[in-house]
Design a binder for this molecule. Structure first.
Ligand code: AMP
Length: 170
């Protein structure tokens, strides 16, 4: 199945100059959606993962069914003020200004082997911040997986030593 045909390019969204990668056509196709989860389940079922960590909100869409399939916890990372229990926070640079993400301080068991998951790897700032959160709560990121990688933005470099895998590259 050519998964690229299920990704719709939306120019100048949410602002001028951004080519937004719209996953809703893929989500509308149970066959395409399932094949994404199948690819990851195949890749990650035998690497001894303890949790899938994903950032809101599009990361959640993929991480929840994958975690269920793998039979391991799904751990949400959210924008500040959304998680109800005690949290820790990481702030990261955006093109203009900064943004922050939070994780529950008891989200992971010590030494937990974690898969980090999101829909798009762009500049890598978001994934690098999530990776720091995982480490601060005692986990280790075994791999960072993305449905799509915008290779021309070199997001992998921000993830330094963390292995990166993407299903679709642009
Ligand atoms: P970055 O921190 O630059 O790697 O951006 C990653 C986050 O922004 C991910 O959570 C993506 O969902 C979102 N994102 C960045 N660029 C795009 C794009 N061109 N299309 C859709 N989502 C994007």
């Amino acid at each position: 199945m050519d998964l690229k045909t299920f990704i719709r390019d939306i120019p100048d969204f949410p602002k001028k100059g951004i080519m937004f990668k719209d996953i809703t056509p893929l989500l509308k196709s149970p066959e395409a959606f399932r094949s994404v989860i199948d690819i990851w389940a195949e890749r990650y079922s035998k690497v001894g993962l303890d949790a899938v960590v994903a950032m809101e909100s599009r990361g959640f869409i993929f991480a929840a069914p994958l975690a269920l399939r793998l039979g391991i916890p799904f751990i949400p990372v959210r924008k500040p003020g959304k998680l109800p229990y005690r949290t820790i926070k990481e702030t990261y640079e955006l093109e203009y200004g900064t943004d922050s993400l939070e994780i529950h301080e008891d989200a992971l068991a010590p030494g937990a082997r974690v898969l980090l998951l999101d829909d798009v790897l762009a500049t890598g700032g978001t994934a690098a911040a999530v990776s720091r959160l995982v480490e601060r709560v005692g986990g280790k990121v075994v791999e960072a997986a993305f449905l799509m990688e915008l290779s021309f933005l070199h997001g992998r470099e921000k993830l330094k030593t963390t292995p990166v895998n993407s299903i679709i590259q642009y």
